[in-house]
Design a protein. Structure first.
Length: 279
């Protein structure tokens, strides 16, 4: 009589820790790819990003000087006052643009099994954060060495507001990315309009405590407005923000992130590669 078949043991399922490590490794390598693909030379790409920020600083410095409104700023280093607004504005808008441009469910990259849209969006946002933090660090170091010593009252709080500005931008970008496969041209225009509107709506050009209530209502919906004002409270000893709240920015960002992920999940289940064939 033939021997009875040997029962096969079921393959062990990968543990949650191993799955998390694989996911983190995938995000890391995808982030490195996103950083390197922005420019053939990584140093040149970083210098271009630094130059963009320096141009913003110079433009606002000369504009405030010509208009003679430097006295209305916070008592302290005027350039540091400008940096608190421009650094957070740049990291927010760059995060929005990076997530919107990330590979979506109809991208050929999604044919690779471990890769998901969540990984591509997270890696694009982290690549933007990496470049902006490096750029801000280089500018602050150069200003500290070549011009005047930089003094920040609460550095950890200021860094937390920078990360919150990035997180809120990534959350807004996820909402745009969820709509992108359905309305690609409209989403590109909407993301561009949002970034342009934040040139004024972010409140980086004025102090929130000096705004009358009739004007404040036009800005307090914006999470970036709250993070910039709170960051100035952490940077400057003589400024205490009264009309902003970092908790509002955090909760609104979490809500937008959940809505965006739900929309992206629905889009991913209904997306088809043939959507982009006629474009």
């Amino acid at each position: 009589m033939p021997a009875p078949p040997i029962p096969r043991r079921p393959l062990p399922r990968p543990s949650a820790w191993r799955g998390a490590l694989v996911l983190m490794g995938l995000i890391y390598h995808s982030t490195v790819r996103n950083v390197r693909k922005s420019h053939r030379n990584a140093v040149a790409g970083l210098l271009i990003n630094v130059l963009q920020t320096v141009i913003f600083l110079a433009a606002f410095f000369f504009m405030f000087t010509l208009l003679g409104v430097r006295g209305s700023a916070i008592r302290g280093d005027f350039l540091l006052y400008l940096m608190t607004g421009i650094f957070l504005f740049m990291v927010h808008t760059k995060a929005v643009a990076a997530v919107v441009k990330a590979e979506g469910p109809t991208s050929p990259m999604m044919q690779h099994a471990p890769l998901t849209t969540a990984v591509t969006m997270a890696s694009s946002a982290l690549a933007a954060l990496y470049l902006q933090i490096l750029s801000a660090g280089i500018i602050l170091f150069a200003y500290h060495v070549a011009w005047t010593p930089v003094t920040i009252d609460q550095p950890l709080g200021a860094l937390a507001m920078l990360l919150l500005a990035w997180f809120s931008g990534a959350a807004v970008g996820v909402c745009f990315a969820a709509l992108k496969p359905w309305f690609p041209e409209a989403v590109q225009i909407g993301a561009s309009v949002y970034s342009r509107a934040n040139m004024v709506a972010s409140g980086k050009m004025f102090v929130a405590n000096t705004l009358p209530g009739s004007l404040l209502v036009f800005f307090d919906w914006n999470p970036l407005f709250h993070t910039i004002d709170q960051a100035r409270g952490y940077v400057f000893l003589n400024y205490a923000p009264r009309f902003s709240s970092w908790e509002y920015a955090l909760w609104l960002s979490l809500i937008l992130l959940v809505i965006g992920l739900l929309g992206e999940s629905y889009t991913r289940r209904h997306a088809s590669l043939s959507w982009g064939m006629g474009r």
